[in-house]
Ligand binder design. Sequence first.
Ligand code: AMP
Length: 657
Amino acid sequence: MDELMEIEALRRELTRAGYEYYVLDNPTMSDYDYDHKLRRLEELETAHPETVTPDSPTQRVGGQALESFQQVTHPVPLESLQDVFDFEELEAFDQRVRGVVPRADYSVEPKVDGLSVALEYENGLFVRGATRGDGLVGEDVTENLRTVRSIPLKIENAPPRLIVRGEVYMPKQVFHALNEEREKRGEALFANPRNAAAGSLRQLDPRVAAQRRLDIAVFNLQLAEGVSFQTHGETLDYLRDRGFKVIPHALCAAIGEATERIRDIGENREKFPFDIDGAVVKLNNLIDREALGSTAKFPRWAAAYKYPPEVKPSKVVDILIQVGRTGVLTPKAVLEPVRLAGTTVTNATLHNQDFISEKDIRIGDTVLVRKAGEIIPEVLSVVMEKRPEGTVPYRFPEVCPVCGAPVERDEDGAHIRCTGAECPAQLLRTLAHFASRDAMDIEGLGIAVVENLVNAGLVKTPGDLYFLKEEDVAKLERMGKKSAKNLLAAIEKSKSQDLSRLIYAFGIRQVGQKTGKVLAGRFETLDALSGAAVEELTQVEDIGEITAQSIFHWFQSPQSRHLIARLKEAGVNMKAEERGEDQRFAGKTFVLTGTLERFTRDEATKMIEDRGGKAASSVSKKTTYVVAGEAAGSKLRKAQELGVPVLTQEEFLALME
Ligand code: AMP
């Protein structure tokens, strides 16, 4: 066969098969054949690029990525709908309609919970697709919509210009599969199919959109140049005949029948491939619609019925406490599985202690559970008549279920938090804060590296950072020798950070950067601070009772003590920078050696540091003075070799005057 004819034939065959598969849900060609033929068509089109048309089935895989979306003004606005929340309101709507048109027939349709789009065809070719935006101006997402297999790229017997409106959605099955895959890859999950569909349709790269297998339900004819219709039902038939995937709808002779149909949709919502957030009732007769007209926001001839959230009883099997990254303890009820709004619910949040106490929720209770839309299930109330004998009021734990540290209530009372300085549940956050710029300022220790270290089991407390081995770090994902070396150097450097930073780095509740400085200035050493009583702490400027309690308890806790011991062992600085007036030793380094009788080593060190100097432990060319007591040995000799001046204890004291 002539290749050009083969191209034509393949296109026709594939378009037909796609329509049967994606629109009619009635496959006639095997996947194998389809893929095979599509491949052949691609080959032929590559050989004859001049023949490629925008409606070819090969054009659905997603072309070039865009920089941004263009704005599109909708030739016919995409209107909103008025909501009704019960059958009484629905009847009132019907009355208003019948005030204008006494005989009202309705079309009832599921309200698809997706994204509204307008599709525009010129002489049968799909030329533009846009999101709803504000109803008047939307975004041009033509390239992404091309990848939606159920949208015809070309229609037969078309008017010169045709615009249809529909709802793009991600089929529930696709949504679940996508989230499963994302979970495996450790990516953030989509909250619901609508978010997933929105995220996919607003992808700048159509190839990504193509993989998301979006679908459409067309529910309105916006414009068909030169064609006239009597009813909405006729327009939907017209669109179906032209290859569109049209929303399931029922024509109802009166509001009573419409109400039945709405009930029916609600009861069968699980059977639809899409999520629904209501049912739409529309006047069927198009002339009558005009008689009713629109308000500024919505047409008077349609209403969206919103189903009340489903409520069902279930039994509280247990109450579990989860500890979040910030240390907040959140209780959740483990429930006997119950079907609610299309999913099986097995637990519900109980928010906090007050929520449980107010409703007096106990293990063993039967409770009413509600799930509204995407919101996580919640417990509404306890069915008191069903409370079994012997239940007891729930008592919130006094210690963290993860690490055993005492818990405390936030000052505003809302949350109960774990106080453990080394609590595993909070470790990522604790470490990230410890290393952050205003705290220990460890360069290169961002959240990703922290996660890496923790997942590899190399770090269980901030103290462990100082004992990391380069070879272990280098083995981590995305690390390598060089970065490992740099990271360890940055960690090493942080050992000499000022005490004020260390105090802040602990992440003690109420203790910010400023309080860290105030405390370091007042207590000078971590030992002094950790031994301070509450009364002593409250005497410090800007420190009130609550902060003082928080600091006191933090230092009392075994986990904090363990952490401090580990940091001490590592040689982390626990003294405050001396900001005395007298800086006569600034830039000078002293080494103390031999037996000192006039002062202790610690005293001498303090005298030096108070005046801006440094006390080092070994002699080098950089040493300014060696202070030698009795029986000085190798350090004295080294000083003499290097020509470093040697002072007696008296001479050292004289420098102080
Ligand atoms: P709202 O955004 O709450 O005003 O509801 C109106 C939206 O419902 C429209 O923008 C459509 O996107 C959506 N919708 C879903 N299914 C239908 C339907 N069958 N008929 C009309 N609108 C629908």
